[in-house]
Design a protein around this ligand. Sequence first.
Ligand SMILES: [Zn+2]
Length: 307
Amino acid sequence: MPRIDAPDVPYRGRFAPSPTGPLHFGSLVAAVGSYLDARAAGGTWLLRIEDVDAPRMVKGAAEAMLRTLERLGFAWDGEVEYQSRRTAHYLAAFERLKLAGRVFACACSRREVTDSALGPDGAPRYPGTCRQGLAPGRQARAWRLRVEPGQVCFDDGLQGRLCQDLAAEVGDFVVLRADGCFAYQLAVVVDDAEQGVTQVVRGADLVDSTPRQIFLQQQLGLPRPAYLHLPAAVSAAGEKLSKQTRAAAIDGRPPQAALLDALVFLGQRPPGALAESGVDEIWRWAIANWDRRRLPRCRFANAPAGY
Ligand SMILES: [Zn+2]
């Protein structure tokens, strides 16, 4: 297996938004952080549209996001990848897991799982109902990956060492959903490996997914990228920014102002004079002065007023 943390392996980063609405401040922060970390290292930056969860997708949102990113001066490498066009790759990975006996059919409804024991984070933990086979008369709905007891740990580039006991906290998790969509966790792991991603920089709202993704990488024999989870932007009320909280779209304001707000949120210190500059000049400064040590070491932080 290739060593991807070796210094002679070129940096490959990515930004992977879900097109469920317009780009909001939370996704802008992830875009800026991943872009600067890649460019400051002389690395590649890929763009992937995570539209695997078909029922949640909003028509036209992906195109709108790409236009917003262009207007903000982002320049990605290569073609934009769309998860919706990659089903065959997810199916191949799923078949490998199936062949190895790592997955099992589950007949439980969402309600049955929700009514079961809660994990420490309050999310329902799958109790293992169908692990040994379906009860007579029960129909397979989803497919779940068998997890094992024990800690899955990783050293986050910002948050430090993080561990999760998947068996105790999550339970066997879904890789192929009842509606026929492959689960986000499986798609991300397959894509990161096939795109040769060496460094994942994303919001800390996804940090609890990372042990599941690492476990999946192990099951599939895929290399593990390095991870850095940026503080996720929340509203003044402490809610995650999303379409649901009516997060203001970035499009409503000048691109320079949005970029500078994201830089300040990430603890970088853009000089006041940059406010009068164009986006190209802001990017030149930001790449030359990107400093991971200035990132706020927290999972959540308030977005500036107005977002
Ligand atoms: Zn079940």
